[in-house]
Design a protein around this ligand. Structure first.
Ligand SMILES: CC(C)(COP(=O)(O)OP(=O)(O)OC[C@H]1O[C@@H](n2cnc3c(N)ncnc32)[C@H](O)[C@@H]1OP(=O)(O)O)[C@@H](O)C(=O)NCCC(=O)NCCS
Length: 186
């Protein structure tokens, strides 16, 4: 199913991709790489070279390491995804964020970023980075509103590609820090 007008009135929910859904995620990622080739480090050709079995193994290994493959859903239709990556050194990274063109402008991207940051914070991650390709205006604006700032680091989006990517970073509050209780009125 693709994110067409039928899902336009549905509330958006973001949840982890379940192990039995990894093939569906593989298909959605292929669609993302075809639609936004200059937003991702991986090319569609490279993605298509990964077998279904290798994709499943990668998903299982990364899930065991603490990554969250989060999907946005509207009445059962998948309208976006993001990968919340927990690095071995305890820092985090956002990878592979994408929203279907039909669902854009409905706060799906914001919901994905919030869910990814909540996922990482729950895993005690404090420092999060993300690489944003030059030209990804919407993503850059979205990440800035979420509090990300440039680190100053820049690199090729992928080797041999003319597109450059900028690194952004964000410090998360500690997991133990709870929101203060509402002030009591006299
Ligand atoms: C970036 C992307 C995920 C945003 O998804 P979205 O669901 O349309 O974004 P949202 O509706 O949640 O927008 C949240 C905020 O992002 C910013 N934003 C979104 N689209 C924008 C646009 N076209 N131009 C400028 N700012 C934009 C705004 O600040 C917006 O807040 P507002 O609605 O209060 O103005 C989507 O455009 C996308 O998939 N792009 C292609 C892939 C990509 O660039 N991935 C990022 C890899 S790091």
């Amino acid at each position: 199913m693709s994110g067409g007008p039928a899902s336009a009135r549905c509330p958006i929910t973001v949840r982890p991709c379940a192990p039995h859904e990894v093939e569906r995620l593989r298909e959605l990622r292929a669609r993302a790489l075809a639609e936004s080739p200059d937003a991702f480090r991986q090319s569609l050709a490279d993605h298509e070279r990964v077998s279904a079995a290798a994709w499943r193994t990668h998903f299982e290994v990364r899930a065991a390491a603490g990554d969250g493959a989060l999907v946005a859903e509207a009445c059962g239709v998948w309208v976006g995804f993001v990968i919340a990556i927990r690095n071995d050194d305890g820092t985090g990274r956002l990878g592979g964020m994408w929203v279907t063109p039909e669902a854009r402008g409905r706060q799906v991207g914001r919901a994905l970023v919030n869910a990814a940051l909540a996922w990482l914070r729950a895993a005690e991650v404090r420092h999060v980075t993300v690489a944003v390709a030059d030209g990804s205006v919407a993503a850059r604006a979205l990440l800035f509103t979420a509090g990300f700032e440039p680190t100053g680091a820049r690199r090729e989006l992928r080797p041999g590609n003319v597109v450059m990517a900028e690194e952004l970073e964000l410090e998360l509050p500690p997991k133990s820090l709870r929101a203060p209780p509402p002030l009591a009125c006299a």
